[in-house]
Design a protein around this ligand. Structure first.
Ligand code: HEC
Length: 232
């Protein structure tokens, strides 16, 4: 009899401890899920495995965001300078062909130089190769929501499921984007409309308005990036 009680207790013990193990803490459960609240988006330090990765310090967050901003700015400047030249030479159609041939190449080579992964993506795509993943879609929803509430979308930084720091920066539509991403009837000149139809059948990146979210830069850093001042 005594033996049976011991066995029962033992089974109960195993059962409850197993249960506890599989019961994740709310932090763990939420780790991969992006909270829809904007305040959370601002905190931006979702950690996938709270036991393995310490949360970002403010200094680290700033470091990754600044790095990402500087990489995105370089890419933007490279695109812009080539486009500007082609427009000055009155070759807007060639500007489109240039984008099609070089956009991904430019981001790829910048990625190599900086030792990161760079992606420019959108919820309304021109080039299907820029397709967002689930995480990027969630982030874009958060940014759109903020814009909808007349709030500025702030850069988002977190650790991805492999523990890599990952920064997402909003890309906002400016006046100068409209000639290729605005209303085909009023903003986009005919020759560009025609070239777009030729190069990008099924283009969804039109009808954007100034101030809309056009998409995001999604920049993934290697696990250990030496942060200036970290060793102090
Ligand atoms: C000369 C026309 C032109 C102008 C001006 C232009 N774009 Fe684009 N944009 C393109 C083309 C073409 C692509 C597709 C590039 C490719 O094939 O990867 C593109 C792609 C993009 C993408 C990648 C997502 C997708 O839909 O494939 C983003 C984001 C984007 N543009 C943002 C902007 C922003 C922001 C501006 C203004 C600052 C702008 N673009 C101005 C032609 C233009």
């Amino acid at each position: 009899m005594k033996k049976a009680i011991y066995i029962l207790l033992f089974v109960l013990f195993i059962f409850t401890s197993c249960n506890q193990r599989s019961e994740k803490t709310p932090e763990e459960k939420n780790a991969l899920e992006i909270n829809k609240e904007n305040t959370d988006a601002e905190k931006g330090d979702h950690v996938t495995d709270t036991k393995m990765i310490p949360p970002f310090t403010e200094e680290e967050k700033k470091h990754y965001i600044n790095e990402a901003k500087s990489i995105a700015k370089t890419a933007f400047n490279i695109f812009s300078s080539h486009l500007k030249r082609l427009f000055e030479e009155k070759k807007p159609q060639e500007a489109l062909a240039y984008c099609k041939e070089n956009a991904l190449r430019i981001t790829d080579s910048l990625a190599q130089v900086h030792g990161v992964e760079i992606k420019r993506t959108s919820y309304r795509l021109r080039n299907d190769k820029n397709k967002p993943n689930d995480q990027e879609e969630k982030i874009m929803e958060i940014f759109k929501e903020r814009i909808h509430k007349n709030l500025k979308p702030t850069p988002y930084v977190h650790y991805d499921e492999y523990g890599n720091p990952h920064v997402y920066l909003p890309i906002i539509v400016q006046e100068k984007c409209l000639m290729c991403h605005g209303d085909p009837n009023t903003d986009i000149p005919d020759e560009i409309n025609n070239k777009l139809a030729e190069l990008y059948p099924g283009d969804k990146a039109i009808f954007f308005k100034k101030g809309d979210l056009r998409g995001i830069w999604s920049i993934k850093f290697p696990k250990k990036t030496q942060i200036a001042g970290e060793s102090k």
